[in-house]
Design a protein around this ligand. Sequence first.
Ligand SMILES: N[C@@H](CCC[C@H](N)C(=O)O)C(=O)O
Length: 295
Amino acid sequence: MSTLTHAVDFEKYHGTGNDFIIVDATDSVPDRSAFATTHCDRQRGVGSDSDGPTGADGVLFLDLEDRFSPPRIIMTLLQPDGSVAPICGNGARCAAVWAMDRTDAEAVMIDTQAGTRQATRAEAGITVEMGEPTFDPDRLPLAGDRTEPLVEESVEGLTITAVNTGVPHAVAFVDTIDAVDVESVAPAVRHADVFPAGANVTFAERVDSRREGVPRFRQRSYERGIEGETQACATGSVAIVAAATRLGLIESADTVELSVPGGELQVERADRGGLLLTGAVDHEFDGTVAAVVDD
Ligand SMILES: N[C@@H](CCC[C@H](N)C(=O)O)C(=O)O
C-alpha cells in the first residue's frame, strides 16, 4: 500500500470568532478525523499568506443539494480531536452563508445529526433555528437511571444546570465572569461521570441591559472536542437562555443578548416554537491543503 496526497480546496469562515474550515463534501477526504486534527491545529494548521497558521475550531463538510427550494445542506462537523459533533450553531450560520453565496438563496435548510434547522439572512447576520432545549436526563444524557433534571447542583465543585441544546451543556451562573479560570475549572466538569457523553461547560454573568426589557449576559464556553475555550458557542448561548428561564432569572425569553469574547449574539423565541439565534458571519480566506489517501 502506498500513501498519496490529494489537494482539497477549502474556505475559512468564522461566526463571532468560532472559526471553521469549510470543505465541499463531494471532495474526497477519506479520513475526516485525521484531516480535522491536522488542519485545525492552531500552530501548524491552515493559514493565510499574510497571517500564517490560524488553525480552526473545526471542519464543516458540507453537501449542498441545490435542486431543492430552499436549498438543503447536509452538515457534518469534525472537531480538532477527530470527533463528530451533532450540531454547531455558529457552524450552521457559516454553512448558511457558504450555501447562500453559491445559490443566491436567502434561506437554506441545514440537515444535522440533531435535526433539520432553517437559516435565513437577517440584518445582524444570519438567523438559525436552534430547536427546543431539553433538561430530560435521558436526552442530555445524564449517567445512570436518574429521572430528575440536573438543576443547580454541585458537580466537581461548580454549581451547574445541565441542558441539551443539540449538544450537552453544563451552565454555571457566576458573579464575575472575568474572574473565572475557565481552563482550570471546566475540564473536570466536562469529563464528570454524570455526563457519559461529556459536556460543554458554559459560564454566564448577568450584566446591565443595553435595551430596555432585553436581558443581557456575558458568556464564556469551554468546548468538548476542542478541549479549550472558544470565542463563541451558539449552543452555549441558547443553553444560558434555557437555564436562566428555568431558574427564573429571566422572564419568558422573547429576546436575550449574549456578549461572547468574539462578538454579539441574540437569542429569540421562534413563532413556530424553539429558539432562534442571530449573529454575524465573516469569510476569512480560502486555500488548498492536502488530504491523505491510502492507495
Ligand atoms: N461551537 C458550537 C458547538 C460545537 C459542538 C461542541 N463542541 C460539542 O462537541 O458538543 C456552537 O456554536 O454551538
